[in-house]
Design a binder for this molecule. Structure first.
Ligand SMILES: [Zn+2]
Length: 311
């Protein structure tokens, strides 16, 4: 198994293996009935960890190293054109395009195709959207507020101790939001660095754990270990909307940076950004582009404990 394949080779792989009506989607079905789970990588084209994990997983299925115990898994390359160019998106962020997908942008058309697929396959129970980051090895689980099942699912498949729960109004148009409205349990996992092996391994282990959760896959038998996880769960109270030339005014701003009520934290051509209350920042990136829909989120935080017993 080579992990050094070019983007062109990976795109070609998805084209060759594509076996359903949605381009760049590979379906693998077991001969036993079961659940239908969708895994997505490359929703942001510059985030290859999930894409590489999907290809590795598919190859192992193909050559019989591993097998699907039941049901069906769909492996979807989210934004192939952006992936080809190693860019987050071409016209607009695909992961903000699912509320009103329109034909004027490439991502709008791709979102419409994906939604059509979700609508046609009304047996899908869960969707795992694999992302990765450019700086450091940051890992976080992201899900929408007011979905009672998703926290249980997240705790059962992941030991990442950082969660971001967002209000749909603060981050509209996500793929997991579109999934949620179709009663599909949607989870984003930021798997760590784009380029590190650890990022690919984290993507792969979450994919496997998700399938194991639905009894579709048996993970290598290890002695069960039980540990107590201390989870920091950040909940959005608002999005940071960047105007032209937005800059954070706090050095080394990162997820978890604490702000006091009234504190100046950012500035753009429209004015100052001031914390409306004591809160925390969740920021996907320190560098904000003028085309970004949001520069991050202001959040409250709660800490809770979870007993994990992972196989
Ligand atoms: Zn991403």
């Amino acid at each position: 198994m080579s992990t050094e394949e070019s983007r062109e080779e990976i795109l070609e792989y998805f084209q060759q293996q594509n076996n359903c009506e949605l381009p760049y989607c590979i379906e693998v079905a077991s001969d036993r009935e079961g659940e239908h789970v969708v895994v997505v990588g490359g929703t942001h084209g510059n985030e290859p960890a999930g894409v590489r994990a999907m290809v590795a997983f598919h190859r192992q299925l193909q050559n019989g190293e591993i097998k699907l115990e039941s049901g069906k898994v769909s492996l979807l390359l989210g934004n192939p054109q952006a992936y080809q160019k190693d860019r987050r998106y071409i016209d607009r962020d695909l992961n903000r395009s699912f509320d009103h997908p329109e034909g004027a942008t490439l991502e709008g058309r791709r979102a419409a195709e994906i939604i059509e697929y979700l609508d046609r396959n009304n047996d899908i129970v869960a969707l795992l959207d694999l992302h990765s980051v450019s700086i450091g090895d940051f890992k976080i689980c992201v899900y929408e507020k007011d979905n009672s099942q998703i926290l249980d699912l997240t705790l059962s498949i992941s030991d990442i101790p950082l969660h971001f729960i967002y209000h749909p109004a603060h981050m509209p148009g996500t793929l997991i939001g579109a999934a949620g409205r179709r009663r599909i349990c949607g989870l984003i996992v930021e798997c760590g660095n784009h380029l590190s092996k650890q990022g690919v391994d984290t993507a792969l282990s979450h994919m496997q754990a998700m399938l194991a959760h639905y009894r579709m896959f048996r993970t290598a038998a290890e002695a069960p270990k039980t540990e107590i996880l201390s989870i920091e769960q950040y909940e959005s109270i608002g999005a940071i909307k960047p105007g032209p030339n937005f800059k954070f005014l706090i050095t080394d701003v990162e997820t978890g940076t604490k702000l006091a009520k009234g504190q100046l934290f950012g500035r753009d051509d429209n004015g100052d950004h001031i914390a409306p209350q004591d809160c925390y920042i969740v920021a996907p990136s320190r560098v904000v582009k003028s085309t970004d829909v949001d520069a991050g989120f202001l959040c409250k935080m709660k800490r809770f404990y979870s007993v994990s017993s992972q196989k």
